[in-house]
Design a protein around this ligand. Structure first.
Ligand SMILES: [Zn+2]
Length: 162
């Protein structure tokens, strides 16, 4: 993570993400907003819809990524910037990696989110030491067939790699 002096355009996008986050509170959603920008153009926006949609994965960043992929007709967002009002949680950071965005910009950080009652920082801490800090047991089940699906994948000549 690095702190940078943002360009005027980046500050303009961030102001929009923060505005989305703030107005989303009045709409019954969580205080998070995000944009996907490509070549200076806003491709899609997203707000937190966890409680509204009964979807614990409907964070602003994930919602923006889903909307941008639909808008562009692709599952890859290379060439795009994810602009989010708050530092992405581990799920959203991983989603940004899966989407292959070029950069992620955020304003508030995990400590700000913790002060507002959110678990972003706690989940980052859990990943640092899963054995002792992860609140959910994650247990491997030994199976002789554990690679069956990967074998099928490797054997599929017309697969779409991602
Ligand atoms: Zn998130």
């Amino acid at each position: 993570m690095s702190v940078d002096v943002a360009t005027g355009a980046e500050q303009h996008w961030m102001a929009q993400a923060i505005d989305l986050a703030t107005t989303n509170v009045d709409s019954g959603g969580g205080p998070f907003g995000a944009l996907i920008v490509r070549d200076g153009e806003i491709i899609a926006t997203g707000t937190n819809k966890v409680t509204v949609d009964l979807d614990p994965t409907a964070h602003a960043e994930v919602t923006a990524i889903r909307n941008a992929c639909r808008a562009l007709g692709t599952f890859k967002l290379d060439g795009c910037v994810l602009v989010t009002s708050c530092e992405p949680c581990p799920m959203c950071l991983a989603s940004a990696l899966w989407a292959r965005v070029d950069r992620v910009l955020f304003a508030a950080d995990r400590d700000d989110a913790a002060e507002a009652g959110f678990d972003d920082r706690a989940f980052y801490d859990a990943f640092e030491d899963p054995e002792t800090k992860c609140p959910t047991p994650v247990v491997r089940v030994e199976m002789a067939s554990r690679n069956a699906a990967f074998d099928a994948w490797r054997g599929k000549s017309d697969r779409v790699d991602y």
